[in-house]
Design a protein around this ligand. Structure first.
Ligand SMILES: NC(=O)c1ccc[n+]([C@@H]2O[C@H](COP(=O)([O-])OP(=O)(O)OC[C@H]3O[C@@H](n4cnc5c(N)ncnc54)[C@H](O)[C@@H]3O)[C@@H](O)[C@H]2O)c1
Length: 345
């Protein structure tokens, strides 16, 4: 078992092991209280894994219940949060009980947010089943949902009590979703670790997950509330989130949108003279190797209104992340009007 301790308030452990899924109950028992647990999952993952998770929790002495919502980003809404909260109340969860987020980033964000506001906050555990959630979204305590006006506009910082990762569940992950997770792996290496960037193609999932998570751990520990260094993790996400919104959250995965966003951020960095020649080529080559898109047919000027709705906007400016080298990123404050010009193809 690989154990990575995240020293936030409260602190928690990320447990990573191939084949550990059937032992979820035993693994979370030391860090949760209460007797009841609600497993929140989506309509794709529920039929594959929810019963096994419930059996494991049952064996460890918990009383498990399963709540399933329709899969997909379009359901990452306040309405779904309301349904989860209603289910918690119907099952009479108390402050001592806990929720289990069994699924990808959508499930994790929704479950964590519902846990953060139910009875003013109950415990939750992350059991991420998509590569994207394993390498990124399950760690760091950002939870929330989308609004019709934009992505992740509602939410809370709410740390899980534990994150349990079994890379073997990725065997059922659709190839498109695997690709999506690789975009976040590549992003993490691109902003923080040049040496690892060069090894990405040669590593098994467990190594990709452990390294990504450890990098994110360091960033989150140094800047839990995203007032500085944590913003670097948004590399590619300003344009990426706007693109997801332009697609109305269907027909493009989060990772694909982030890949296009990274390519756009490289262009911005080059035009500002901050991203040296060669960096862009290296990163876009790796993205293309994983069949991730580096361009879009959506005109960049159509994205500006969505970027203006981004939560990273401050007045007329946006905090935008550029690469100075592979493994080194920095945040710039750019006026939206200037950014519109820099993004033009
Ligand atoms: N909180 C954070 O820090 C953070 C960071 C990055 C991304 N996110 C959020 O994460 C979301 C994207 O996450 P995602 O890509 O995991 O989306 P997702 O949760 O929608 O999962 C993607 C798809 O894969 C399916 N799936 C997941 N695991 C599976 C498995 N093992 N077998 C079969 N099917 C499986 C899901 O049902 C879904 O259809 C976005 O909403 C994004 O905003 C949050």
């Amino acid at each position: 078992m690989r154990t990575i301790c995240v020293n936030t308030a409260p602190s928690y452990e990320i447990l990573i092991e191939n084949g550990c899924f059937p032992r979820i109950g035993e693994l979370v028992k030391p860090v949760v209280r209460g007797t009841s647990a609600v497993i929140v999952t989506d309509s794709n993952i529920g039929p594959l894994y929810a019963k096994q998770a419930a059996d494991s929790l049952g064996k460890s002495g918990f009383d498990p219940h399963i709540f399933t919502f329709p899969a997909g980003e379009p359901n990452k809404t306040l309405a779904t949060v309301g349904e989860i909260l209603g289910f918690f109340a119907q099952k009479r969860l108390t402050r001592a009980d806990f929720a289990v987020a069994l699924g990808g980033g959508v499930t994790g964000d929704l479950t964590g947010f519902a846990a953060s506001i139910y009875l003013r906050g109950i415990d939750f555990v992350q059991v991420p089943t998509s590569l994207l959630a394993q390498v990124d979204s399950s760690v760091g305590g950002k939870t929330g949902c989308d609004l019709p006006q934009g992505k992740n506009l509602v939410g809370a910082f709410w740390q899980p009590r534990a994150v349990v990762i079994d890379p073997e569940v990725n065997q059922t992950l659709p190839p498109l979703e695997r690709k999506s997770g690789m975009a976040e792996v590549i992003k993490t290496a691109a902003i923080k670790d040049a040496e690892w960037f060069d090894q990405i193609g040669t590593l098994p999932d467990i190594e990709l997950i452990a390294r990504s998570v450890d990098i994110k751990r360091g960033v989150v520990e140094r800047d839990e509330r995203e007032s500085g260094e944590r913003m670097l993790l948004n590399f590619g996400h300003t344009v990426g989130h706007a693109l997801e919104k332009a697609y109305n959250f269907t027909g493009i995965t989060h990772g694909e949108a982030v890949a296009v966003g990274m390519a756009a951020a490289l262009r911005v960095g080059e035009r500002l003279g901050m991203t040296p020649a060669g960096v862009s080529e290296k990163l876009t080559r790796l993205l293309t190797q994983y069949d991730l898109p580096v361009s879009t047919t959506v005109p960049m000027d159509q994205l500006i209104p969505h970027i203006a709705g981004d939560k990273k906007r401050q007045g007329d400016c946006i905090n935008f992340v550029v690469l100075e080298a592979i493994g080194r990123a920095r945040t710039l404050k750019i006026e939206l009007t200037e950014l519109a010009g820099l993004l033009k193809l």
